[in-house]
Each structure stands twice: as C-alpha cells, then as structure tokens.
Write a protein that binds this ligand. Structure first.
Ligand code: FAD
Length: 317
C-alpha cells in the first residue's frame, strides 16, 4: 500500500506485473529473461503466482494408469526472494487455500517473513483442472477470508500452535482479488461484494481485479464497491488478448465478457501477428483510459507475453 499511496500522492500511475514461477526443472534465468524487458518501466513490485498440485494419470509399464499428484510450478517463495535480490524491488507472492494445510501455509509465511517479503495476495485458488468444484484440503482453508484471518493473526503474533501465542508479529500487507464481472461461482455481484467487504473488514488493504476487456465493467465495479463501503484501492488487472482462440478460451475460465468490437476485430486477423497487434492496440486504449480515470497502478498479467506488455506500457509512458 505504501507504493499505491505514493502514486496517489504524486498523481502518478505505476505499473506492476504478474508472473508465474517457471515449470519445475527450469532455471530462474527464464524468469529474468521474461522480466528484463519490463524493468525499464520501474515497477515497484512484481507478483508471483502460487500453484497447487494437479491430479494426473501416469501410465504404468503394464498399461494401466496410476493417479499421481504433481506440482508443476513450485518455487513461489524462492522466486520472490530471488527477484527482490536481483532487481531490488518488492515481490508479492500469491498464497492460496487449495492444496495446502494451515500448517504448510504458516510455514510458508514464516519463510517469507525471514526473507523480508512483507506483501501477500491472499486467494482461495481454483479446483484442480479435472475437478468441477473447489474443495478445501483436509486441515486447510475453505475461503480466502479464512486464509486472510490466519495472516492477520500472525500480524498480531498469533500462530496455530497455542503455546506460541505472543510470537513474532509479522508485517504482511494483504491484498485480495475482486471480480468486476463477478466470480464465476457467485450467484450475483451483490453477494460477491458482500464477501469482498468481509475480506476488507478482516484486514485486506487493496484489491486486484480479475482481467476485463471493457473498462466500463471496471468503472461500474468501483462504483458498486464504494456504495458497499469498500474504500480501499482497486487495482485493475489487465491482460492482452493475443489470439483468436482466446475469444472462446478466456470467457469460461475467467468469467469475462469480450466486447463485440474487440471480438469482431480479432476475427478479421489473418495471422498470429495480426491478432497480437489488435490485442495490443485494444490494451493500449484500455490503459490510457484507466490512467486518465486516475488508477494508482496498472497491473499486467504477463503470462508469457512480456514483449506485448512492454509494447503496451511503452505506448502509454
Ligand atoms: P474467495 O474470496 O474465497 O471467493 C470464492 C467464491 O466464494 C466467490 O464466489 C465468493 O463470492 C464466495 N465466498 C467468499 N467468501 C465466502 C464465504 N465466507 N462464504 C460463502 N461464500 C463465500 N489462483 C491460483 O491458484 N493461484 C494464483 O496465484 C492466483 N492468482 C490470482 C490473482 C488474481 C488477481 C485473481 C483475480 C485471481 C487469482 N487466482 C489465482 C484465481 C483465484 O484463486 C480464483 O479466482 C478463485 O476461484 C477465487 O479466489 P478468491 O480469493 O476470490 O476466493
């Protein structure tokens, strides 16, 4: 929140980026190569996503299948520490409920505190890919607010182990997710906002939104949040559309609407390069309008497209 407050005070718009940890077995160099082109824009922080293990089926030598759990992208905590050291910027690890016990979460938070990471984006996480519903891990949290309360407790020196009450007070600044087009599972936006308000009352200091391609959805969301008494900064999360197939892929995954104008322009693309250009221009216009609106930070989901994001940020700088 310090960075956000500074931006608001100096009437500046900052940029921040979200990255994924590399696939297991890949070197950290791939992360630096991905981020290097974006560093010229001096992001005050970079977010690093958190990933649970997925259930997979592995073929046995006799042809039968065995169900195994594979965590494809571990390393969030280590990547955060490495980025802080390498670029001298803040890192914001995401933390999720799904797939982790409270104890594992507490240990991750203790590691983060020792490493000097004092920001976290607290989330629930989604159901594993081939399962329809999110289920809490035995001994884990059900909703993001439950995880948030664990972090807030540690900020007050309260740990899971009863004998440890009065332990070191951590200093985590807590962010949470918000959904301008509502969360996929929420029956309506009003109910989603009521739960968001609870997260704010429990100690969330800012919101980062799900991606959206129509700024009006963000403006309406901010208005609804303010009316609901949610007065913390709401950072827009932005992603470039870069291919025709995303027109069908993104809406069911992220519960987002693609505006007619963007979809019809994209359908005219004759090549991948064309599609990328259309997505880039759309995002430049979205970013310019949001900047004019006075958002403190423009947060970009880079998802393997750091050059496209660099072109967008260069165009608005
Ligand atoms: P919650 O706040 O728990 O909400 C989930 C649903 O339950 C909503 O429909 C809400 O209305 C409802 N609800 C909330 N509280 C309650 C309650 N107490 N009782 C009943 N209903 C309730 N996923 C990852 O796995 N890793 C990541 O790194 C990651 N990063 C993300 C970053 C951003 C900015 C965003 C927007 C999403 C990210 N996600 C990530 C995806 C996220 O985990 C999913 O969208 C998930 O389905 C919901 O997370 P949440 O924190 O909003 O959940």
């Amino acid at each position: 929140t310090e960075h956000i407050a500074n931006a608001a005070q100096s009437r500046q718009t900052l940029v921040s980026f979200e990255i994924l940890p590399p696939l297991k077995g890949k070197s950290i160099e791939s992360t630096y190569e991905h981020l290097d082109p974006l560093m010229e824009f001096k992001p005050p922080y970079v977010n690093v996503t958190y990933h649970r293990s997925e259930h997979m089926f592995k073929k046995r030598p006799d042809g039968s299948f065995e169900k195994v759990e594979i965590r494809k992208r571990p390393g969030t905590v280590g990547i955060c520490a490495a980025l802080m050291n390498h670029y001298k910027i803040d890192a914001v690890p995401h933390l999720i409920c799904g797939g982790f016990t409270r104890e594992e979460t507490e240990n991750a938070l203790i590691d983060l505190a020792y490493l000097g990471v004092d920001n976290v984006l607290v989330l629930r996480g989604d159901a594993p890919k081939n399962e329809s519903f999110f289920e809490a891990e035995p001994g884990g949290h059900r909703y993001a607010i439950d995880l948030l309360e664990q972090v807030a407790n540690m900020n007050n020196g309260i740990y899971l182990e009863k004998d440890l009450q009065g332990g070191v007070k951590t200093k985590f600044c807590i962010g949470v997710a918000g959904y301008p087009e509502k969360h996929a599972e929420a029956p309506n936006l009003q109910s989603d906002l009521a739960y968001l308000k609870k997260k704010v009352d429990a100690g969330a200091e800012y919101v980062v939104t799900q991606m959206f391609f129509d700024n009006q959805k963000y403006f309406d969301f901010v208005k609804r949040c303010r009316e609901a008494g949610i007065n913390i900064p709401i950072i827009p999360g932005l992603k470039p559309l870069t291919s025709k197939k995303q027109l069908n892929l993104l809406p069911p995954i992220f519960n987002v609407d693609i505006p007619t104008e963007l979809a019809s322009e994209m359908m005219k693309a004759k090549s991948d390069k064309d599609a990328e250009q259309i997505g880039t221009e759309w995002l430049i216009n979205q970013s310019k309008e949001l900047k004019k609106f006075g958002v403190p930070v423009l947060h970009y989901y880079t998802l393997g497209k750091s050059i496209v994001v660099r072109n967008v940020v260069a165009a608005i700088s």
